[in-house]
Design a protein. Structure first.
Length: 257
């Protein structure tokens, strides 16, 4: 059993997400951007890799809201997709049409989804754009991928943590999910039921999340409560004999990835 101390604002996160990270590259012809008087050329037309990428961005911006709506968990959209970065042209080589443009796309997933389905969906979208533009030269690469994890609310670690959360805070534990990728995946895949829990994640404007303009804050009483909860949970779990633990796992093991 394991608790990953993410700043969950006191929520018990039993389900965490995975992701697929893509690099999409468009290619152009690096012809000159200038003209010369009284000179004509029979060269092929310029192909601007950045202009070609605009079409990819437009297609992605139409697809992303549909992807969000297609994955619902507990009545809420659970996955997201976002363009993380775009690098275009050769900044050190002025007077040349951009010959290359790279876009980096993150597509989040949740347990139950298959990463290969996401790869095929993105590739099909890019193929559609290519068919609409015969001059489009584009490559799609999967740079990284990971699966999410999920454990049952009946796991012993969830029950013990919930008990001490209520004992310390006088509130019922909020057992929920989060779309980010966490160390819970590696632990769960190794057969170790793992969840995320910890103080923090508050912002001054209210609610809980990371707000980059303000930064992330942790209320000091939350830290004190968190210490008490971690100590109580650790003492109860670690005081079990191996036989007691194994018997519980046989009855309650519902860990999945």
């Amino acid at each position: 059993m394991a608790i990953v101390p993410e700043p969950t604002a006191g929520r018990i996160i039993t389900t965490t997400g995975g992701f697929v990270y893509f690099q999409i590259t468009t290619w152009g012809i690096p012809s000159a951007t200038f003209f010369i008087g009284s000179v004509s050329s029979e060269r092929p037309p310029d192909i601007d890799a950045i202009e070609k990428m605009f079409k990819i961005v437009e297609a992605l911006n139409e697809w992303i809201p549909k992807y969000r709506k297609s994955n619902i968990l507990k009545g809420e959209p659970a996955t997201n997709a976002a363009i993380i970065s775009i690098h275009g042209g050769l900044a050190f080589r002025p007077s040349k049409v951009p010959p290359i443009c790279k876009l980096f796309l993150e597509v989040d997933t949740m347990p139950g989804q298959h990463n290969m389905n996401v790869v095929q969906e993105v590739e099909a979208l890019i193929e559609k754009v290519k068919k609409e533009d015969p001059d489009m030269k584009v490559d799609v690469q999967t740079l990284a991928a990971a699966v999410g994890s999920e454990i049952s609310s009946e796991e012993h670690i969830v029950k013990v943590l919930s008990k001490f959360h209520k004992k310390v805070t006088s509130n019922e534990a909020n057992i929920n999910w989060c779309g980010y990728f966490a160390d819970t995946t590696a632990l769960t895949m190794a057969g170790i039921p793992a969840l995320c829990y910890g103080p923090g994640g508050r912002v001054r404007t209210g609610g809980s999340n990371y707000y980059p303009q303000e930064g992330e804050h942790c209320y000091l009483p939350d830290i004190a409560d968190g210490v008490k909860i971690f100590i109580g949970t650790s003492m109860e779990v670690c005081s079990m004999t191996r036989d007691e633990y194994c018997n519980l796992q046989v009855k309650e093991k519902n860990t999945v990835v």
